[in-house]
Design a protein around this ligand. Structure first.
Ligand code: AHR
Length: 520
């Protein structure tokens, strides 16, 4: 974990204009620099991940046409509506660990005839393959989302992977394309991103990066798709503080078009305790685990910096992206649920985690052009939870929704006169986190997080036209929605008065605020 000066120095470097004073005042002056536009915040930073895991897909979104749950072509209508309102820009599928045991042919053709397999990674349940390639793309089209398909390197052959890509993207008069047409899809789909393997250091094959780099080249050589339908190719990278994968992949995978590697993936999960055996509870935690969760989630910035430093050396032209294609909180599963299903509740703390991570991703938007929170429905840090026909939206859902104006916005730098600290016991983290951008509508948006469990922060902002938006906050650190009380925590209207272009934005404790400051 970086110490406090380290975080501050990185902010200084990144924003180029932070002035820092050792002070503990709870009033901060934030000066925007809208004339100095930074990088575009790719909308795909707001990507979602859906794996064949627990009730993430089955029940979560796919209920089948015969279900009593109202559905459109098998997709449940309530969840579909919520996802449309979330403006999900990108879907990653089919895993995760599942991807490296997924054989795509199991998931095409008449559903009744699809093979039944065992989901060996996630609970050993029977996978009936009702949700396959056609269903995935149908969902993406319904949501108007880009597509990220994760190929099977672990147990599949180059031929299997190449044929899947051909099946999805080709218009040529081949037998495979005829089969796709017979299965109901005439035109090729657009595969926006394609990954060769997942977590190849672990569930994807327990490989060394050198071995993986060779396999990447081997498989990539045979992956062919039409010139106008070439996915961005992603190599499976490291996790947590690892940098060895990034280094080895950049050193060993050449730029030839046949082997093009346009991005390296990286995974980081936030555990309250940092201990995979006893991760910490999703609800009912006290301030210590609130604090440790936020402190742990902020570590991702150090990990990003360490990897980007290597990338800047080996790829100074910034041709290769760094995609955090799995991130989010990982708690002990909810009591009484299948441990293999990774079902956890989602509280205000998760919304704060979303805010902090998005701010970090925005800061490195030049390299981080895509991320996927894990996972969209009923798994880990979910946007949506379901229980049979019931559905609820989580605080994480609302945090993503509040940030919609940041999709494809231009990040803008700002100064803060100092960063107050949130101290607990002998540790501290910044109490305030912020991100600002000019949205596609020309308005400037400001996202603010007060991480402190207690105590407001008054953020004074100059040269603004208005302060109108939403706040997500509660005096209960584990405020969450239940099926009995689905609206226990929802965003509330938020505004502040503007006098001579100056506004005092009073952030309540433990709060996420996103405001529209008008056209500046
Ligand atoms: O998101 C759950 C699992 O976490 C994924 O399948 C795997 O890639 C990671 O270890």
């Amino acid at each position: 974990m970086p110490n406090k000066p380290h975080i501050f120095i990185s902010l200084l470097l990144l924003l180029g204009s932070f002035s820092l004073f050792a002070a503990n005042s709870q009033q901060v002056t934030l000066s925007l620099q809208p004339d100095k536009q930074g990088d575009i915040i790719n909308k795909n930073i707001y990507g979602q991940f859906m794996e064949h895991l627990g009730r993430g897909i089955y029940e979560g979104i796919w209920v089948g046409e015969q279900s009593n749950i109202p559905n459109q072509d098998g997709f449940r209508l309530d969840v579909l509506k919520a996802l449309k309102e979330l403006q999900v820009p990108l879907l990653r599928w089919p895993g995760g660990c599942f991807a490296d045991e997924y054989h795509w042919r199991d998931g095409i053709g008449p559903r009744a005839e699809r093979p039944k397999t065992v989901n060996s990674n996630w609970g050993g349940v029977i996978e009936d393959n009702a949700f396959g390639t056609h269903e995935f793309f149908a969902l993406a089209e319904l949501l108007d989302a880009e597509t990220y398909v994760n190929g099977n390197l672990g147990t599949g052959t180059p031929q299997e992977m190449a044929e899947w890509l051909h099946y999805m993207t080709s218009d040529a008069p081949t037998t495979l394309v005829a089969e796709r047409r017979k299965n109901g899809r005439d035109k090729p789909w657009k595969v926006d991103y394609f990954a060769i393997g997942n977590e190849s250091w672990g569930c994807g094959g327990t490989m060394r990066p050198e071995y993986y780099a060779d396999l990447y080249k081997h498989y990539a050589t045979f992956l062919k798709s039409p010139a106008d339908n070439q996915p961005i190719m992603i190599a499976s990278g490291g996790t947590d503080s690892q940098t060895q994968w990034t280094q080895t992949l950049l050193e060993q995978i050449p730029e030839y078009w046949t082997m093009r590697m346009q991005a390296i993936s990286h995974h980081y999960y936030t555990l309250p305790t940092g201990d995979w055996q006893v991760k910490g509870s999703a609800t009912g935690f006290g301030e210590e685990q609130w604090f440790s969760t936020l402190k742990n989630t902020l570590k991702i910035e150090d990990y990003i910096q360490a990897n980007l430093a290597i990338m800047d050396k080996l790829d100074p032209q910034k041709k290769v992206g760094f995609y955090v294609d799995e991130w989010g909180t990982w708690y002990d599963v909810d009591e009484g649920t299948n441990p293999g299903f990774l079902y956890q509740q989602n509280t205000l703390r998760d919304a704060i985690v979303v805010g902090l991570n998005l701010h970090i991703f925005h800061r490195y938007a030049q390299r981080i052009q895509m991320t996927n929170i894990a996972q969209m429905i009923n798994v880990l840090q979910a946007m949506i939870l379901t229980d049979g026909e019931k559905m609820l939206l989580t605080p994480s859902y609302y945090a993503f929704q509040m940030h919609i104006p940041f999709q494809n916005a231009h990040a803008i730098p700002f100064n803060v006169d100092h960063t107050p600290l949130y101290k607990l016991n002998d540790q501290s983290i910044p109490a305030l986190s912020a991100s600002a951008a000019i949205g596609e509508d020309g308005h400037t948006y400001l996202s603010l997080v007060n991480s402190q469990a207690k105590g407001e922060i008054n953020v004074v902002v100059n040269n603004v036209k208005q302060v109108v938006g939403k706040v997500l906050a509660s005096n209960k650190l584990d405020a969450h929605n239940t099926f009995a009380q689905p609206d226990a925590i929802t965003p509330q209207p938020f505004s502040a008065k503007v006098k001579n272009g100056r506004a005092s934005i009073v952030l309540p404790a433990s709060a996420l605020v996103v405001v529209d400051l008008g056209k500046l």
